[in-house]
Design a protein around this ligand. Sequence first.
Ligand code: PCA
Length: 215
Amino acid sequence: MKTILVTAFEPFGGDTTNPSWEAIKRLQGSRVTDANIEVHQLPCIFDTSLAQLYTMIDNYQPELVISVGLAGGRPDITVERIAININDARIADNAGNQPVDTPIIVGGPAAYFSSLPIKAMVRALNMSGIPATVSQTAGTFVCNHVMYGLLHYLTQKYPAARGGFIHVPYLPEQATEYTNMPSMSLEIITSALKTAIEVAWENKSDIAVAGGATH
Ligand code: PCA
């Protein structure tokens, strides 16, 4: 049996829940054709998150790795195109680290592109009635850190494996703490992630359709 590793994050920044984890923990053990989905929660901590991710990758030897995180304030599911080699934290992580303008990997390339079929994933989500776009930035906090580290590790150690990152919006119950904050229900986020994983598994190359990215 082949393995698809899917990670999400613990709550951070004072939140008590993280929709990325609430959604992906529901997918543990489910099947996508000839592959099994294994889910794992990562700490929202620079470096520690990557150490755990590398251990998971070495354990499962997955052919596909998709990491998921919360992007509070975005209205839709965003499939990330690129990770950049910088840590620039607006807030402290869950261990109190707040790196500013430091490289993730000293001497590493400036950026890595996702090796997921990002346009095909967005199109499949839109066709199933779920708002989704390509995003051109995963930010400069722990999510970008994990996406960059993931792609660096796969490139160096498992070049046949593919990987990338998806951001999800706040849950409705989280959005009530703000004014005019967009949100998406847990049911829709979970269904979106399942579809995105299936499309990523089944399509090794992307489709060329016009962008429309807003982030
Ligand atoms: N979102 C943060 C880190 C953890 C998470 O779920 C981010 O976008 O960097």
